[in-house]
Design a protein around this ligand. Structure first.
Ligand code: ZN
Length: 290
């Protein structure tokens, strides 16, 4: 069995082929440019192999309802040039195999879920957030991806503002100061006029960030009561999560039981942002079994 993975990010695409044991056999990375150029490169890559099925984990928002005429589209994305892009339709014309279509964070959530099963972790639910160029979240409950009318948009929830951050407007083009508008990578440029990777963890802005990320963890804890909350993406680090755990504990204030915080709020188990690739292989394999 040969399975295909497309991790479609706002800055780069990672395509891979692998086997049913989720081992990568070949992979390619290229920058995200126009939809035509990027999707053509993607199709050309998969034409070299005889894949049985492909799973796509893409930046969104996406139309994932099979009953919709716009199924397989990237819809109202803020990413320039990519609004209303028929992602699956474009690929299917050139590589006609079964395709699964979901968000980048759902793909990552599924990868982390599959990994937890393989490592015999006793777990049937989790939430995966990415904090990078944008912020998104996906949830798995009893082994199933959550979302009926569409996929969750956990990056756009509204939060209580940090008292030292009240004059920052936020960067979300739709809501200004939603979670994404307050903690995504571009907020470093907007607040401090420098890139996030140059801002040391001693800078007070990280306490503002952790105040917001802890609220997201609190909300999802209270709404879904998952076994575990994973934070991936370029902005996240283990040292940052230590701050998030501290703020989360204060906010939860012992209200409900949760596991040991170092096991509950965690970095991805799969290193180097590889969660989505594993998730895609598993989702493509699942598609073939259905
Ligand atoms: Zn928003």
């Amino acid at each position: 069995m040969l399975l295909g993975s497309i991790e479609a990010g706002g800055t780069k695409f990672v395509c891979a082929v692998g086997n049913e044991n989720y081992q990568v056999k070949d992979t390619i990375t290229f920058p995200t440019t126009t939809p035509e150029e990027t999707l053509q490169k993607t199709a050309d890559y998969f034409k070299q192999f005889t894949v049985d099925a492909i799973s796509v984990a893409s930046f969104g928002p996406l139309e994932i309802r099979q009953t919709s005429p716009k199924y397989g589209y990237i819809t109202t994305t803020p990413k320039k040039g990519w609004q209303d892009t028929d992602f699956i339709g474009f690929l299917k014309k050139q590589v006609n195999v079964p395709m699964f279509f979901t968000t980048d964070v759902n793909g990552s959530a599924y990868g982390e879920y599959v990994m937890s099963l393989l490592s015999n972790e006793d777990l049937d639910s989790l939430v995966y957030y990415t904090i990078g160029t944008g912020v998104g979240g996906g949830a798995i409950i009893n082994g199933k991806l959550v979302g009926a009318l569409g996929h969750p948009e956990m990056g756009h929830v509204l939060l209580k503002r940090h008292p030292d951050d009240l004059d920052f407007a936020g960067v979300c083009p739709y809501h200004k100061d939603c979670l994404e508008g307050l903690v995504s990578g571009p907020t470093f440029e907007a607040r401090l006029h420098q890139a996030g990777q140059n801002v040391p963890l001693t800078d007070p802005v990280w306490d503002i960030m952790s105040y917001y990320v802890a609220q997201a963890a609190l909300q999802v804890t209270l709404i879904l009561r998952p076994d575990k909350i994973i934070f991936g993406g370029g902005v996240t680090s283990e040292k940052f999560l230590q701050k998030v755990r501290r703020d989360f504990a204060k906010m939860l204030n012992g209200y409900v039981d949760i596991p040991d915080l170092t096991k509950y709020i965690v970095m991805p188990a799969i290193a180097n942002n590889g969660s989505a690739t594993v998730g895609n292989f598993a989702l493509a394999k699942r598609l073939l079994k259905e």
